[in-house]
Design a protein around this ligand. Structure first.
Ligand code: FAD
Length: 472
């Protein structure tokens, strides 16, 4: 890739105006640092287009001058996919100004949006039309639809509604040559050859720039009810999942596992949050049911199911939220785990998925291997158990030096990811690969899968300008 060419930046300024080609260190800083503050890259400029035509013209300019570009939405990604490398050769293409809700079709139950729309704004636009856009994650106030699609984001309602891929019917993409592919179809059935939409979803900006999308809407549930169950082990949590699915079917929309260590961390750093149980338990599950009938129906279903689990000794104790405030309090416990971890210090994070049936064995087996190699290492294990997705984070032993412990990151990754692999799991459930897990991907994907992925990349982006160094 070329180093800074003044003619390239002059052309970008002609396209966008001076104000939207950022080159000063202070102006660029928020676009160059990753959300966790682990890495700060460097760039020629941050480009801020406001229209699809501007995006296409900028990508054509990048192709002409051989400048690498890093698409960026809300920059909340957790795998160093949205920030440039340290060379200073790339530009960041921020989609934040491309943020119009283009159309809502309540009959087709679709919403068409620009890629830079913030997820929460899409949820709000759907609600105004009396519908639900169900994608929900703790970063929803900042992350964008383009980023959600490019990482195939998961979140807390995957159990019922699926990942972002399942919520997308059509895409609009600027190719690495700067051409515009309009695949903004609102069709639930469309078997017309290779599915280009699915190729771009989850591509982390390495194959093109997503500029728009047609997303699925759902009926707004009449009620949502929440409960917190206390259990003896992950195996009991799996049994509870079975009980809840048998009793509630598709009404079960959330099933989040949290270990005692996680809730102790939250209690230590956020003492104002509720403590639902007097005693301590080894594991907790946050449950959410949605009902298309009524709140009374949802509460009755939840109470009956939880009572069945108590009778069968699956659950040790449970509280059912009786108000919206109580329900929010329970969700806050879950949402504050990452914040409590950050307040407690650095740890080694893993976002893994497993066949649901293997989760209890995985947790026990991996913990034993880690204890053998790193006695006293503390596990911050929580996640979307209903989807087989765990955030399996490893913190230093109490009182141990953080820096010394983090130096063992590669060895700890090897223990965790080898264990994931041995159970047929994935080393990235919902955050993607980015630059952070690129070498891990090369280790765990088969040579044939890697070869096919490289062939797709070379066919679509022969100049290699799209987010180089990410994924592959
Ligand atoms: P960015 O971080 O800006 O970019 C992410 C990737 O997508 C990069 O590779 C980037 O190049 C590419 N990209 C962005 N926009 C485009 C575009 N328009 N076209 C092409 N490529 C593009 N993730 C989950 O899946 N589930 C969770 O529950 C979850 N919880 C989170 C909680 C917190 C507190 C935080 C900080 C993050 C969480 N994340 C979660 C991760 C993150 O929010 C998601 O990955 C989100 O989808 C990223 O969206 P973004 O707009 O911030 O994308």
């Amino acid at each position: 890739m070329s180093q800074a060419d003044p003619a390239f930046l002059a052309h970008c300024r002609e396209l966008l105006g001076q104000a939207h080609v950022l080159t000063g260190a202070a102006a660029m800083a928020p676009f160059l640092a990753d959300w966790r503050g682990r890495f700060t890259g460097s760039a020629q400029a941050v480009l801020r287009p406001a229209t699809v035509e501007q995006v296409a013209a900028l990508v054509r300019a990048c192709a002409r001058w051989r400048v690498a570009l890093v698409p960026q939405g809300g920059n909340t990604g957790l795998v160093l996919g949205s920030v440039p490398d340290a060379s200073g050769a790339a530009v960041v293409l921020s989609l934040a100004r491309l943020n119009r809700i283009r159309a809502v079709d309540p009959v087709n139950r679709t919403i068409t949006v620009d890629a830079g729309c913030i997820l929460q704004h899409v949820q709000e636009a759907a609600a105004l039309a009396g519908c639900l856009f169900p994608l929900s994650l703790a970063a929803e106030g900042s992350c964008t639809i383009g980023g959600n699609l490019s990482t195939n984001a998961g979140g807390t309602a995957v159990l019922r509604y699926g990942n972002t891929r399942e919520l997308c019917l059509g895409l609009e993409v600027v190719t690495p040559q700067g051409e515009l592919w309009s695949g903004l179809r609102g069709l639930r059935k469309d078997n017309t050859g290779y599915d280009l939409r699915d190729l771009y979803i989850g591509a982390e900006g390495t194959l093109g720039v997503i500029t728009g999308a047609v997303l699925k809407l759902y009926p707004q549930p009449k009620a949502r009810v929440t409960a917190l169950a206390a259990l003896a082990s992950p195996a009991h949590a799996l049994r509870l999942l079975g009980v809840m699915q048998d009793h509630c079917g598709a009404s079960l929309t959330g099933f989040e596992l949290m270990s005692r260590f996680c809730l102790d961390l939250v209690a230590a750093h956020f003492p104002q949050l509720p403590r639902p149980f007097a005693g301590a338990h080894a594991q907790y599950v946050l449950l959410e049911l949605s009902s298309s009938e009524s709140e009374a129906h949802a509460v009755a279903l939840l109470e009956t199911s939880v009572a069945a689990a108590l009778d069968a000794d699956v659950v040790e104790d449970a509280v059912v939220a009786t108000s919206v405030a109580q329900s929010q309090g329970l969700w806050q416990l879950r949402e504050h785990i990452p914040l409590a971890q950050a307040a407690a210090g650095k740890n080694i994070k893993h976002d893994v998925s497993l066949p649901i049936s293997a989760i209890a064995d995985f947790i026990a087996g991996t913990a034993a291997s880690l204890e053998r190699a790193f006695p006293g290492a503390q596990l911050v294990c929580f996640g979307h158990l209903g989807d087989g997705n765990l955030h399996y984070n490893v913190a230093p032993p109490a009182g141990a030096g953080e820096r010394q412990f983090l130096a063992h990151q590669d060895a700890i990754n090897r223990i965790v990811h080898d264990s994931v692999d041995s159970y047929g799991g994935s080393i990235s459930a919902e955050h993607g690969i980015g630059a952070l897990k690129r070498d891990e991907l090369a280790r765990y994907k088969s040579p044939l899968e890697l070869q096919l992925m490289r062939a797709v990349k070379a066919a679509l982006d022969p100049l290699g300008i799209m987010n180089p160094g990410k994924v592959l």
